[in-house]
Design a binder for this molecule. Structure first.
Ligand SMILES: [Zn+2]
Length: 412
């Protein structure tokens, strides 16, 4: 097993598999999975860290090769010819004209080709499919993953089949169709879409991108950690605020830093703060429970609105192992944070990303961020993807006759 570039390890039973042995969930754990509980058997991708250490692999050496040594693909040429990742990190020193006592950085992942963080995962999945000869990729999605896969497949000349619950936001559906993917709306929830996508994988032999089912989505998402490490001058941030729905993005951020830890490039892990919406906090609310209890989610932040977090066990393990923290945010706080973010920074983020920023604001108001500490908020997607969510903030004046006096009346 050690001669291969990587192998898989089951999150729950720790069984190791060669890459050729298994594609999705651990077959042992999957046997006892039930549709009403988070699935067991999500696989973690393990590289040959000792070999890389023996070869004196440094961060700059990894970067020279665009981190190919830590990616589950053979060639960088398999990746789409689009700018994926390498998104900006903005430093903000004031909020509402008051100077911050800590350093605040915003990682703007809306600057990916389809305007969301999900492109990091779609790119790796698409490249892997290309290397393995799959021409059709299917995914279940509430929106962002589907629009991302559709865009990446358009760039790669692959066929994308996107199965969505009929309630998905119109901007995301529009993107999927404009990229030329096949869209399959289903009556029911994301879980119903998920089940149909797996049946279609079995029936037609398509490659499946489902998040926390396909282990490579985590490998794509982890690349943000490498960028953050470099962008704050090759140091480990003190805290990273991450929006959490099914637990895959947060596991990706952890995995990236864990890879660096295992390679002895860093000597400790950042504190990661899992931010969930109060009306969809099935992941953080269950961390300490012995039995998983589901509450129906109803937050305005559609991309983190999840009843059964698909990557519950891995996210829980990471949060416990590396002293992660968590916080739940009300929808009102999300909307307020969205406005504070936009008006102070010029970054209009989707509600899920605004939730992460709201998490930071909550920590700030409780003075939980120490002087000069480095804090990052992960902005996972563009606000243009879900305009309905901020409707309550909008007050567009009625049209005026175009005179200066009328204009004066409208000035604040
Ligand atoms: Zn297992």
């Amino acid at each position: 097993m050690n001669n291969n570039k990587y192998h898989y390890q089951c999150t729950n039973c720790n069984t190791q598999f060669n890459e050729s042995e298994v594609t999705y969930l651990c077959p042992n754990c999957n046997k006892s999975n039930s549709p009403i509980l988070p699935p067991k058997g999500v696989l973690k991708t393990i590289y040959n860290y000792q070999k890389l250490i023996n070869e004196k692999t440094s961060f700059s050496k990894l970067k020279q090769n665009i981190f190919l040594d830590l990616l589950p693909i053979n060639s960088l040429e398999s990746l789409p010819n689009l700018k994926i990742g390498n998104t900006p990190l903005y430093s903000i020193d004031k909020i509402n004209n008051s100077k911050l006592n800590f350093n605040l950085f915003l990682k703007d992942d809306s600057q990916n080709p389809t305007y969301s963080f999900k492109d990091r995962a779609s790119a790796i999945v698409s490249a892997y499919a290309k290397e393995k000869g799959f021409n059709t990729i299917v995914t279940a999605s509430t929106g962002n993953a589907g629009s991302s896969l559709a865009g990446i497949c358009a760039a790669q000349n692959q066929k994308a089949i996107i199965i969505v619950p009929e309630s998905a936001p119109i901007a995301k559906l529009t993107q999927i169709l404009m990229y030329g993917a096949t869209i399959i709306p289903v009556k029911g929830t994301y879980d119903d879409a998920f089940d149909l996508s797996i049946k279609s994988t079995e029936e037609f032999g398509w490659y499946n991108r489902n998040t926390a089912f396909n282990p490579l989505t985590i490998e794509g998402k982890k690349t943000v950690a490498f960028e953050l490490f470099e962008q704050i001058n090759f140091t480990v941030p003190d805290r990273i605020f991450v929006p959490v729905g099914d637990g895959v993005i947060i596991s990706g951020v952890y995995k990236g830093f864990e890879d660096l830890l295992k390679l002895q490039i860093i000597d400790h892990m950042p504190i990661i703060v899992a931010v969930q919406a109060k009306k969809s906090n099935n992941l953080v609310r269950n961390i300490e429970n012995s039995e998983f209890e589901k509450e129906l989610s109803s937050t305005i932040a559609d991309s983190i609105s999840v009843d059964i977090p698909r990557n519950f066990f891995m996210a829980k393990q990471y949060l416990e192992k590396y002293n992660g923290e968590h916080i739940s945010i009300s929808d009102e706080e999300i909307i307020t944070a969205s406005q504070i973010l936009s008006t102070n920074t010029g970054l209009f983020a989707e509600p899920a990303a605004a939730a992460a920023f709201a998490g930071l604001l909550a920590y700030k108001s409780k003075n939980k961020l120490s002087d000069n500490s480095n804090n990052i908020v992960l902005l996972t997607g563009s606000g243009l993807k879900d305009l309905k969510a901020v409707n309550s903030l909008l007050n567009i004046p009625e049209a005026i006759d175009p005179t200066i006096n009328n204009l004066k009346d409208l000035l604040p």
